[in-house]
Design a protein around this ligand. Sequence first.
Ligand code: GLY
Ligand code: MN
Ligand code: MN
Length: 462
Amino acid sequence: MTKGLRWFILFLLFVSSVAAQNSTELYRGRRKALLKKIGRNNMAIFKAAPVARRNGDVDYEYRQDSDFYYLTGFEEPGAILVLSPRGIYVRDESKFVKEILFLRPRDPHMEIWQGYRLGVERAKEKLGVQAALPIDRFEDYLTAILGRVDTLYIKTSRVKLDEPLSKEMEFIKRARERLYDFTVASPGKLLTPMREIKSEAELALLQKAIDITCEAHREAMKAARPGMFEYQLEAVIEYVFKKNGSERPGFPSIIGSGPNSCILHYNTNRRRMQKGDMVVMDIGAEYGMYTADVTRTIPVNGKFSKAQREIYNIVLEAQNAGIAAAKVGAPFGAPAQAAVRKVVEGLIRLGILKGDVQTNIQNGRYRAFFMHGTSHHIGLDVHDVSTYRPLKPNMIITVEPGIYISEATGREHGVPKKYWNIGVRIEDDVLITEEGPKILSAGAPRTIEAIEKMMSKSSTIF
Ligand code: GLY
Ligand code: MN
Ligand code: MN
């Protein structure tokens, strides 16, 4: 090895250790901020996502719980994070700590089957937690801690009276019966306002996820043609995702053509596309656990018909109005309000809705054609957590109006046949800034001209 190469390798090792240190700091900082909000007599527990069995020896692909990941950066199952502002005495270390991560210990035999485990010894250094203990010590510790807790923050699933209790509820019930009747509250109250505002590091990951998604849209536009199956378009899209290092789609890709363009969360993707179809492609790459959510709607043969243009341009106009309304201080519902008005005005212009704009907004008749919300936050989850408070800088929301005229809707509402089976949704990811809304997904063609131009190019993928 030459001297220069040796220095270069040392330099790389230094850079990567600094990067690891930074990310440890990032998660530690989040835990610290949360500890401040919990309240001295209270405690919070966050559990890693459970492994879901698919069948026999096969599990569903594992993905960490988003709250748990946000606070630890740890991707393994079988772990629990306990945060206690007052402090917990850890016997093994003879000290009080405010955070303990319980996790699976190393197990050479299991690791041959399931892969590497971080293990208890390395967790403190790698994840920067004050204490790490084997997961089987969790209940033992709790018995000691819970007796002094007023409110326990823990995520529970919705309780149904006629169904068996979830694991969390069983745990709460047992602990309350045996220990002390503490109050239970959702950690979302404390964590959602934090997750809702994105840091620079989160913005960078989201932008990367969005850039990959926009590239996938461009490639899908080049590849699409009549005779192709929806799943083949999905294959082009998810090939671009994986090629660029996306771990997985952030939600099942929606490729709905013709009649399927009117099914909002269609993801069967088995139909053969035909000349004259509109194709809704609602997709999002997940990158570094953050997911994009971008929809484009295209004519499969590369040219919009007159009827398709008419519907498309109403949705586009509605989306532009929605995006323009995404300003700092505006109510969360402002983009929706602006978009709905434009959809109603457009549908009246085409004679699909009758009467004046205000009445149609008030009586909600437009909901036969535009039946979903316009905006949601994105982040670790595609429908990311939200307080629905007014818009603030560094929030990222979607703006996604649509018009869907299925054959059944068309018949029921006397819509001219030329509009039947046209579903159009246009969805972009918008960063709220003091300087106004910034479209992060502008890399995917959005106007009729830009889409037709992209579709005239040939694909090198399919
Ligand atoms: N991809 C689901 C949505 O747009 O909300
Ligand atoms: Mn979407
Ligand atoms: Mn969406």
